[in-house]
Write a protein that binds this ligand. Sequence first.
Ligand code: AMP
Ligand code: ZN
Length: 138
Amino acid sequence: MEQNNCIFCKIIKGEIPSSTLYEDEDFKIIMDIAPASRGHAVMLSKKHFENLMELDEETASKALLVAKKVAKVMMEELKCDGLNILQNNGEAAGQTVFHYHIHLIPRYHKDQVNINWPAGKYENGEAAGIAAQIAARF
Ligand code: AMP
Ligand code: ZN
């Protein structure tokens, strides 16, 4: 299931060192090498999937349970004031490692982390049209 030249597959195989804070049969959670904040971690699926859309159902159904469990402990141990769960899919969305992962970013009052966007605006009926277009697929 691993992919050649995938840095996260290499970390999972132990070929590249990492600091692991949680591991089970499906996921490994490591300290991010370039942290946004103190304690920033990334949760890697053990199987190689490129992104969220490619995940198998079993991994998808377990991922948020593990993220929730570990986020709770991180909040307690790091005594952070908040925590962002961030998950990038595709280069346009900021994904740089194309192996499914979830960021766990502890937040501290007055930290320098910037997860922000300018508030947009829809024309009349535009939001309803978009919702209807997507809803028609289900
Ligand atoms: P993304 O931009 O969502 O694809 O996130 C990839 C993340 O992986 C970035 O935050 C990187 O800092 C992190 N990263 C890349 N290489 C390593 C590594 N060897 N060990 C730990 N984290 C890494
Ligand atoms: Zn991989």
